[in-house]
Design a protein around this ligand. Sequence first.
Ligand code: ADP
Ligand code: TRP
Length: 321
Amino acid sequence: MRVLTGIQPSGDLHIGNYFGSIKQMVDAQKENDTFAFIANYHAMSSGNGGADLAKLTMQTATDFLSLGIDPEKATFWVQSDVKEVLELYWILSAFTPMGLLERAHSYKDKVAKGIHANHSLFSYPVLMAADILLYSPDVVPVGKDQIQHVEIARDIAQKFNNEYGDILKLPEFKVEENVATVPGTDGQKMSKSYKNTVNIFGEEKKQLKTIKKIVTENVPMEEPKEYESCNVYNMAKLFLNENECIELQERYKRGGEGHGHFKLYLHEIIWEYFRPYREKREYYMNHQDEVREILHSGATKAKEIAMPMMDKIRTLSGIKY
Ligand code: ADP
Ligand code: TRP
């Protein structure tokens, strides 16, 4: 089964990103024909650009490779290295009614939040449709906020196919329903925009400082403590097996330890969990040319699919004369 996903290069990754998305992508590449790309063109629509964008693109590629995206198993590249996607974007624009884009929640939400609306923000779903339809995936795993964009891709594909025959494959979206929302340091959903993240990479001291800020109940040291509603416990359990979870529950119930102890423990298990990934990252940080090479050969692999598809589309749409 071919699975395709795009990743916006948007900054430091946190443990919500890891359990909500990256770990699943890494696990899925064992069984599927995985296509994953860094959506650097998409990042421009929310104001990213210049040297920052180039840096973020490399950082995101480095982080994903360190966390287990395997270029032997998956096709991993940067969106802008396969220019065919821009050509398809334009061709598909001619099959995209204005109303379809005007109804996009993501666009409307961003405008409502006061983000300056430009054309790239408005036409973002058409580029996303091109990303998808160029590679004919069976499934596109997405977060809930992106479901409508996959539906828009299906609508556009259907309109194109109505005109030219059964060329574009209508993708299915897949939302991982049983993935828990990882809480942030304040108990809300962990998110960059809430500034409540525990980041995967970074200095140890800084991570410990962040963990110490996690909001907890004020209960005297000797008394038993609630674990189910505790933000520290709820983060820790993501990293623990069943027995380790029970042991930690016992420590909460027993009393005699404060939340400071549990926070220290949480820091230790997170730090230990990501140790091998950190080491891999250290390697890639010192070998950025190797990362570039991996991305370039990923783009070459992606083009093997994109080029014949575009050729067919050019002929059908009359661009090839
Ligand atoms: P952020 O909210 O920090 O900006 P993104 O929107 O860039 O994160 O999310 C990237 C991916 O990580 C998405 O697939 C999203 O579903 C997942 N993700 C982000 N935060 C969490 C969380 N707190 N719990 C579970 N998954 C999350
Ligand atoms: N819009 C997606 C997001 O913000 C990223 C993305 C771009 C994407 N193109 C895609 C996801 C194609 C899946 C398929 O998360």
